[in-house]
Write a protein that binds this ligand. Structure first.
Ligand code: 4AZ
Length: 267
C-alpha cells in the first residue's frame, strides 16, 4: 500500500462514526464481560434500564433505553431512524437481555423533529407502551430526568449501562454492564473529535480511554452520580474507549430536548 492508502485505511479505522445499532445477525460468541471497561451489573441496581430490539421487517438491531414513566421509554432517535423500524420490542426488569423480566411490543414511537441524521443533533426519541409497563419498583422503576437547563459539570462521573459491545468491534454482552466516565468540557471535546459538539450534546470519557459506551449501548442512559438523575442518552462516538475520543451523549437538560420530552410524555 502506498502512504495515501495507509492514511485512508487508518482514517476509516479510527474516524468512522459508529452509527448503527448492533445488528443481531452478528454472532455473540466469547463475551469478555465488559460495556467497554465495565463490570457485571444487576438490574435491581439500575432498574430503569431497558433493552430494545428494533425490527425493520427484515433485520433486527439492538439499543438501550430508559424507563421514564409507566407508559414511556426514552432512547436515541438514531436507533429508530437509521433503519425503517416497524416494531420495537422492549425488555425491562432483567439483568439478562435475552430472557427474564417482561417484554413489551410497541409500534408507536416519536423522534425529535429536529433530529439530524448527518450531525446526530437532537438525538432523542420516545417509545410508547400503550398498555403500560408493570413497574414493581425493584426490578423495574422509572428514572428521574434532569431539569430544564441542566448542563452536567466537567469532571462529574456519569453512570453508563448497557448490553452493547465490550470492545471496539467486539461482541455484545448477555449480562448488563456498568461503568463510570467523567464529563469532558464541550470545547475540549469539540477539539478532540471530528464532529461538532452542539449544546444538545455533552461528552464523557477518560483522556486515556479504556472505558466507554459502544455499539449496542446507544439510546441507553447516562446518570449523574451527583444528582442520581438521568442527564444523557448514549448517542455516538469515534470508535469505543479510544484515548482522547470521549463518547457523546444527548444532553437531556437542553431546553429544546427537555421541552420535547415534557410535551410528548408529561414527564
Ligand atoms: C453506537 O454505535 C455507539 N463510544 C455508541 C456510543 C459510542 C460509539 C458507538 C461511544 O451505538
Amino acid at each position: 500500500m502506498d502512504k495515501f492508502t495507509v492514511f485512508i485505511v487508518l482514517f476509516m479505522a479510527f474516524y468512522t462514526k459508529d452509527v448503527w445499532c448492533k445488528s443481531l445477525n452478528e454472532t455473540d460468541a466469547g463475551d469478555d464481560n465488559k460495556i467497554v471497561g465495565g463490570t457485571d451489573a444487576d438490574i435491581t441496581t439500575y432498574p430503569y434500564q431497558a433493552y430494545l430490539v428494533l425490527d425493520d421487517g427484515r433485520d433486527q438491531y439492538e439499543c438501550g433505553g430508559s424507563i421514564i414513566s409507566e407508559f414511556y421509554v426514552l432512547t436515541a432517535a438514531h436507533c429508530l431512524l437509521s433503519v425503517r423500524v416497524q416494531t420495537v420490542y422492549v425488555r425491562i426488569g432483567s439483568t439478562n437481555k435475552n430472557s427474564g423480566g417482561t417484554q413489551y411490543t410497541s409500534t408507536t414511537f416519536y423522534t425529535h423533529p429536529q433530529y439530524n441524521t448527518r450531525t446526530y443533533d437532537y438525538d432523542v426519541a420516545i417509545i410508547q407502551i400503550d398498555e403500560g409497563m408493570d413497574l414493581d419498583g425493584f426490578y423495574a422503576r422509572a428514572i428521574t430526568l434532569v431539569g430544564l437547563g441542566n448542563d452536567p459539570q466537567d469532571g462529574v462521573n456519569m453512570i453508563i449501562t448497557g448490553w452493547g459491545n465490550t470492545s471496539q468491534g467486539g461482541t455484545s454482552s448477555e449480562i448488563l454492564q456498568v461503568a463510570q466516565v467523567p464529563v469532558v468540557d464541550r470545547a475540549t471535546c469539540d477539539d478532540q473529535i471530528p464532529a461538532t459538539v452542539t449544546t444538545r450534546m455533552f461528552c464523557a470519557g477518560f483522556d486515556a480511554g479504556g472505558v466507554d459506551t459502544c455499539q449496542g449501548d446507544s439510546g441507553g442512559p447516562a446518570v449523574s452520580t451527583r444528582t442520581g438523575r438521568q442527564a444523557g442518552i448514549t448517542s455516538f462516538g469515534y470508535g469505543c474507549a479510544q484515548p482522547n475520543s470521549p463518547g457523546v451523549y444527548t444532553r437531556i437538560g437542553n431546553i429544546n430536548i427537555r421541552t420535547y420530552i415534557m410535551m410528548m410524555t408529561g414527564v
